[in-house]
Design a protein around this ligand. Structure first.
Ligand SMILES: [Fe+2]
Ligand SMILES: [Fe+2]
Length: 250
């Protein structure tokens, strides 16, 4: 029943609400015009929707434009706070928005198929080739099964993507049939990524409903992702810190 409802909702490509409402890393700077154009690109938005439908059919959490926009925004803010150039910040935002389009092809190897799709689309959009390659590399390295941070843009994408854990990404409405991923995602009441520039720390603060999931449960599911975040923070010259319910975990 749930899957049918989502498919119907996803038939219309809607104006991304998050684009209007969120305070993004870019402010009103014209230097981010390419990102604005990417956000309006119908082909990209269609691929994100298709990927989300595919993952819905496979029982995965929400990977809609909301996830794409949130990852773009977090990645951009992270690099901006660390003093990156507008150009690099914008590339992290573009990579963040496009990072999951490969799910439209297949969940398996979606980082790689998405990277190739993104490179072709960005070339068609007239994006500078070196910039298109930077985005391609970041997307191609965002999945923990094969990827790791290799430069600041890929590092920002990884940190933004792996920390977008929240209750409303769980699509299964039947709590009795939650799998381990549903349970852990559902238990996350809030998750926020911030930079403590003076101490060179990138910190994830998480509020967990510990009646549903302990910190150990969280690590059991997300250990690889947290290790990936640690490496990504190092590439950005920082240490990764995770606090859950006010206590330092790592
Ligand atoms: Fe992904
Ligand atoms: Fe993602």
């Amino acid at each position: 029943m749930e899957k049918k409802k989502e498919t119907k909702e996803q038939k219309t490509v809607k104006e991304p609400k998050a684009a209007k409402e969120e305070k993004t890393a870019k402010g009103s700077n014209a230097a981010f015009a390419r990102y604005e154009k990417i956000r309006k690109n119908k082909e990209i938005r269609g691929l994100i929707q298709r990927g989300n439908e595919v993952l819905g059919a496979l029982g995965y959490t929400e990977h809609s434009e909301k996830h794409a926009a949130k990852v773009a925004d977090t990645a951009g803010k992270l690099l901006k706070e660390l003093g990156a150039t507008d150009r690099e910040t914008e590339l992290a935002m573009i990579a963040g928005y496009m990072h999951d389009i490969g799910n439209s092809v297949n969940r398996h190897d979606h980082a790689h198929s998405g990277a190739i799709l993104a490179y072709e689309i960005l070339k068609k959009e007239g994006i500078d080739l070196a910039d298109a390659m930077t985005v391609m590399t970041a997307i191609g390295h965002h999945d923990e099964s094969t990827g790791t941070a290799v430069d600041p843009v890929s590092a920002a994408l990884i940190l933004a993507d792996k920390t977008d854990v929240r209750r409303n990404r769980v699509r299964n409405k039947n709590r009795a049939s939650f799998d381990a991923h549903d349970r852990v995602n559902y238990a996350v009441l809030s998750a926020k990524l911030s930079v403590r520039k003076d101490k060179k720390i990138i910190q994830m603060d998480m509020e967990l409903d510990d009646s549903m999931c302990t910190v150990m449960d969280y690590f059991e599911i997300f250990l690889e992702r947290m290790i990936m975040c640690r490496r990504a923070a190092e590439v950005l010259g920082c240490r990764f810190r995770l606090e859950a319910n006010g206590s330092r975990v790592c």
